[in-house]
Design a protein around this ligand. Structure first.
Ligand SMILES: NC(=O)c1ccc[n+]([C@@H]2O[C@H](COP(=O)([O-])OP(=O)(O)OC[C@H]3O[C@@H](n4cnc5c(N)ncnc54)[C@H](OP(=O)(O)O)[C@@H]3O)[C@@H](O)[C@H]2O)c1
Length: 232
């Protein structure tokens, strides 16, 4: 089968389409014919040659786990073509979405990909494959933050980095539970936050969010750009 692989670190030009063996599902796995994949931050952190802490750690981990010659693509949607013997919640022919399996070949930008039992779910009827593929990791991260922050109706919540992959879900989830949401983003994304109904928008290019008059019940700093003392 064809898969998008990286065999060295660098920019996007290190990604090449190659032929690799079609994977075989284990007892707790599902084989998917991939219909769509979403590009997640976790993908480029695997092959990019940046020197930030996450990139260096990921490259070391991939090297020792044999993932340094592997397809990329962390989140996908597609059709189930084969299931392991312990799988009962999805069946052959189902349209599913979720994260790719943590085992080799560990990549979803391919004709077929493996998904682990607990990482695959049936797609809602009203989703396209493209929409479903882009939901799992960023949404799960956002949901984790909303739960950890115990966000409830009526709370004042700030989402710093509200215009990104995780931030857009975080801000919408906070709105959905009935919080009053302040979103921080740059000028180019102010309209997106308006479109999703964020109550107050702070443009970090033109204003200092620490000068905001409001006190917040919860601040979710999605991207780690600020030290904790700044939020306090
Ligand atoms: N995506 C995932 O599924 C996932 C899962 C787990 C953890 N994470 C981690 O969560 C963090 C955010 O990931 P993401 O995928 O949401 O990233 P992203 O889509 O690139 O979003 C980054 C956010 O940070 C803002 N931002 C960029 N430069 C900034 C600056 N100089 N000062 C202040 N804000 C700035 C962006 O706003 P503007 O674009 O408006 O400038 C945007 O809202 C990363 O550290 C990532 O490793 C992500």
């Amino acid at each position: 089968m064809k898969a998008m692989m990286y065999t060295e670190t660098g920019g996007l030009d290190v990604l090449k389409t190659q032929d690799i063996k079609k994977p075989v599902p284990g007892d707790n796995q599902v084989l998917i014919q991939v219909k769509a994949g979403a590009l997640n931050v976790a993908d480029y952190q695997r092959f990019e040659s940046g020197n930030d802490k996450v990139s260096v750690k990921n490259r070391m981990m991939n090297f020792f786990m044999g993932f340094n010659r592997a397809p990329i693509g962390a989140e996908i949607a597609g059709v189930v073509v084969e299931i392991g013997k312990n799988i009962s919640h999805v069946k052959v022919g189902d349209s599913v979405f979720g994260k790719v399996a943590g085992t080799f070949p560990k990549g979803g930008f391919a004709e077929y990909a493996l998904m682990d039992k607990e990482r695959v779910g049936v797609m809602p009827d009203n989703y396209t494959y493209e929409q479903a593929a882009s939901v799992s990791i960023s949404f799960e991260t956002a949901l984790g933050a909303i739960r950890k922050g115990n966000v409830k109706a009526g709370m004042d919540v700030m989402v710093y980095g509200a215009s990104g992959g995780v931030g857009l879900f975080t801000a919408q989830l906070a709105k959905a539970v009935g919080a009053n949401v302040t979103g921080v983003c740059s000028t180019r994304n102010v309209d997106i936050l308006k479109e999703i109904g964020i109550d107050t928008i702070i443009d970090y290019k033109t204003s200092d969010f620490t000068r905001c008059d409001k006190k917040f019940d919860v601040i979710i700093g999605v991207n780690g750009y600020n030290p904790m003392k700044k939020y306090k």
